[in-house]
Write a protein that binds this ligand. Structure first.
Ligand SMILES: Cc1cc2nc3c(=O)[nH]c(=O)nc-3n(C[C@H](O)[C@H](O)[C@H](O)COP(=O)(O)OP(=O)(O)OC[C@H]3O[C@@H](n4cnc5c(N)ncnc54)[C@H](O)[C@@H]3O)c2cc1C
Length: 511
């Protein structure tokens, strides 16, 4: 008898856990997760979750800031849904036990981050994501959601344009098997691991996006990769570059060259609080100008007690690596941080394949347009996973298809991760040009030719990263302009003709 559940969720971050815990009826719900439950991007989010709570703030202001960051291609309807549902759902997390920082009257302490006109970042000191993950895992346990660790989803099972479940590698039996479900939700997070410097943990290899792409769904806006301007140069924690939250600049941190010169005022009237793309490009420009490997982020002018209390994780981690942030500047470098693009979905989280939802960072709801505003991603995941769960609640039972083959070729796929990272970092980083993108495409295509075909478990990630790289490069080549996060030095201006999503599918690249 094939194994079947009512709802199958791939991924145990904020998106997958929210979906699983909000299915509005009793159901058999299974989450597959690649490593341990909390090995997620969510767990590492520091800054917070953006939402309108202050009397001085308004939905209009949050909507406008989001649209401004996205430079003309945000989906306004989706932005309005995200912003207006924020306070209710963030409050719900707090009521569930999420220890967000509050003042003496119990009101949220609201942080300020780049691109936001107002203070609206709800946070739990500098470990907001850890708190959200903790509370949602607890809720999943209470609701009887089964979480299966060390299970890697490999590909979607699609029959007659319907998603019936996934092929997965069962860590217990060491076999590839099929899991069927009435509805499947991809919540596999981002793809930062296709770059050499990334703030994303090793799980972030874009698996869900690559699986959906192979299954034929529409994928949107992959060229818009957000580089966080301030990851610590040289410090790698658990396979990722350690991030210095934007909140550090929000509290007064100043970017300086290695010679100690502040430089952000040269690049933006917003100075150190300019949006991330401008700050990342400014850092790269200054590094290039002075021939240095990094720049500096200085917060040492603020009281030491304040810094230790407001940024305990950053303070402790840097200190372990010999940097005392209360006394000296932090060496920083831009690192791949967030995928604005992903599996194209509507405002209910539905993809272009029936019974398949995509959520969180693996999805493209259109809220970020060409650039994500800081702290909008946890909010996006929370709001749209909630809506998707409500929508999926009504789904009809699946008739399990007969004779689905298990087309597995284990062990044959060579590991090409490092080569992909090198190519992407050299040609498809913060600053791009057409010649470099074509060189990157040629090189990744050659790698693809070596590893294509079949379902692989040993190096499924290599195949997925190759597909992600091809999607980013192809989308970047289609956008011969600069907009938001995508900067082409041979087309530095924004072209109104390109004020739309870049939508691709497998036929654009593989066939
Ligand atoms: C260092 C850092 C700081 C950040 N700070 C903020 C912030 O302050 N505010 C904000 O809004 N956003 C922040 N972000 C972004 C935000 O954390 C992520 O966008 C968000 O957490 C993504 O949630 P998710 O549920 O979509 O994916 P994730 O939390 O990444 O979860 C993905 C899950 O999918 C699983 N998975 C992946 N592939 C497979 C597979 N093949 N089979 C089975 N399971 C699989 C993983 O194991 C994991 O459980 C930050 C990101 C990073 C990396």
């Amino acid at each position: 008898m094939p194994r079947k559940v009512d709802f199958l969720v791939i991924g145990s971050g904020i998106a997958g856990l929210t979906f699983a815990t909000k299915i509005p009826r009793p159901a058999d719900i299974l989450i597959l997760t690649k490593k341990r439950k909390a090995d997620t991007n969510t767990n590492y989010a520091q800054g917070g979750i953006a939402s309108v709570f202050s009397n001085e703030d308004s939905f209009d202001s949050h909507i406008q800031d989001t649209l401004n960051a996205g430079v003309g291609i945000c989906h306004k309807d989706a932005v309005e849904i995200m912003v207006s549902n924020g306070p209710r759902l963030v409050q719900e997390l707090y009521d569930m036990g999420c220890r967000f920082s509050v003042d003496a009257q119990g009101k949220f302490l609201l942080g300020r981050e780049g691109g936001h006109a107002k203070r609206r970042i709800v946070h739990a000191k500098d470990y907001t994501g850890y708190e959200i993950e903790r509370v949602l895992l607890e809720r999943a346990k209470q609701r009887g959601v089964v979480i299966s660790e060390n299970e890697i989803a490999l590909d979607l099972v699609v029959d007659n344009d319907e998603c019936c479940g996934v092929y997965y590698f069962d860590a217990d039996t060491r076999r590839i098997d099929i899991l069927y479900a009435d509805a499947t939700a991809l919540a596999t997070g981002g793809a930062g691991q296709v770059y050499m410097h990334t703030t994303n943990p090793p799980i972030a290899t874009g698996d869900g996006i690559a699986m959906a792409f192979r299954a034929g769904t529409r994928i949107a806006n992959m060229e818009f990769v957000q580089f966080h301007p301030t990851a610590v140069f040289t410090i790698q924690v658990d396979g990722r570059s350690f991030l210095i939250s934007e909140a550090v600049r929000g509290e007064g941190g100043i970017l300086k060259t290695t010679e100690g010169e502040p430089f952000m005022d040269k690049y933006s009237t917003a100075g150190n609080l300019a949006p991330r793309d401008i700050v990342a490009r400014a850092c790269v420009a200054e590094m290039k100008r002075l021939g240095t490997t990094h720049v500096l982020l200085d917060i040492s002018h603020l009281p030491a007690d304040f810094l230790r209390n407001r940024f305990p994780t950053i303070y402790d981690t840097c200190l372990r690596w010999g940097i005392d942030i209360t006394r000296e500047p932090i060496p920083v470098v831009p690192a791949a941080h967030y995928a604005c693009g992903g599996i194209q979905v509507n405002t209910q989280g539905e993809t272009s394949i029936k019974r398949l939802y995509a959520l969180g960072e693996s999805a493209c709801t259109g809220v970020h347009g060409s650039n994500r505003l800081a702290s909008n991603s946890l909010l996006e995941a929370l709001v749209f996973a909630t809506r998707a769960a409500q929508h999926a609640g009504d789904i009809a039972g699946l008739a399990i298809p007969r004779d689905v083959p298990i087309n597995a070729t284990p062990d044959k796929c060579p590991d090409r991760k490092l080569m992909i990272k090198e190519i992407m970092s050299r040609y498809v980083g913060v600053i791009r040009n057409k010649q470099g993108l074509i060189a990157a495409r040629d090189q990744v295509r050659r790698l693809y030719a070596e590893i294509a075909d079949g379902i692989h478990y040993k190096n499924a990630e290599s195949l997925n990263m190759t597909h992600i790289a091809l999607m980013i490069i192809e989308s970047a080549l289609r956008r011969q302009e600069s907009r938001g996060l995508h900067y082409m030095e041979d087309h530095p201006g924004t072209d109104p003709e390109h004020a739309h999503d870049t939508v691709i599918d497998r036929t654009s690249i593989l066939e």
